[in-house]
Design a protein around this ligand. Structure first.
Ligand code: SF4
Length: 231
């Protein structure tokens, strides 16, 4: 197993002997993603069957964030990007993947490397949710971020969640968030559902734990919270 804390995926190359501590940290940071959770198949986070990944760490602290446990920058589990990519590439008949969080772009370098593998080795469509606005990301002036946006994604949904602006419309949590088509792949989907009250969400039960996938409408979410307080 990887010697790095919490890494649950076998790792043959993580121990880089001969490097300084700082260099080794750098190697590890760029070769792993800090992940909050994943679901191999869902129909609630974009068109078709999708592999959903929630990355760990976010400092936006939006009021009523649906996944507050994904905010801790040191939480989650470190996974090797090649192993995560392999899980996805081995899944048959996926339409695509959806990356959410937490905040995916605070891990821009390993996210870039991971999405490059998915792009180059599959035909999966790629949707990325972010708490930053697109302009903020572009202002960071970082190659990896620009390439994630313009080369390795098909749809970006941007902006923090603002509870008072939750209008029950599809694809996004609040009306300040924007849907950016960064390729032609999901034009029809966006045209069909944009600004429509057609939200989708799924609940998965595992013993006493409940996993909510997707963006539920306000009424369903409140109801589910009474049934599953840990949601
Ligand atoms: S950006 Fe998303 S993950 Fe981060 S605090 Fe806001 S809702 Fe939660």
């Amino acid at each position: 197993m990887c010697y790095y804390n919490n890494c649950f995926i076998p790792d043959e190359h993580a121990v880089s002997y001969g490097l300084s501590y700082v260099e080794r940290e750098q190697v590890l940071r760029n070769s792993h993603l800090r992940m909050h959770n994943f679901k191999k198949r869902t129909q609630a986070l974009g068109p078709g069957e999708r592999f959903a990944i929630w990355l760990q760490g976010c400092d936006k602290r939006c009021l009523k964030c649906m996944t507050p446990s994904s905010q801790d920058l040191n939480g989650g589990t470190l996974v090797l990007i090649e192993e995560l990519a392999k899980l996805i590439l081995n899944e048959k008949n996926l339409e695509g993947i959806t990356v959410s969080g937490g905040e995916p772009f605070i891990q821009a370098k390993p996210l870039h490397a991971f999405l490059r593998i998915i792009r180059e080795q599959s035909t999966n469509g790629i949707i990325v949710y972010t708490g930053y606005y697109l302009e903020e990301l572009l202002d960071m002036n970082m190659n990896e971020i620009n390439e994630i946006i313009y080369l390795y994604s098909d749809l970006i949904i941007d902006g923090p969640y603002i509870n008072e602006l939750n209008d029950n419309k599809s694809l996004r949590g609040s009306s300040n968030q924007n849907i950016h088509l960064t390729s032609n792949r999901y034009i029809d989907t966006v045209n069909m559902v944009y600004n429509q009250p057609k939200r989708k969400a799924e609940i998965y039960l595992n013993n006493e734990e409940a996993l909510l996938v997707g963006i539920p409408d306000i009424k369903s979410y409140e109801l589910w919270k009474t049934v599953f307080p840990k949601l």
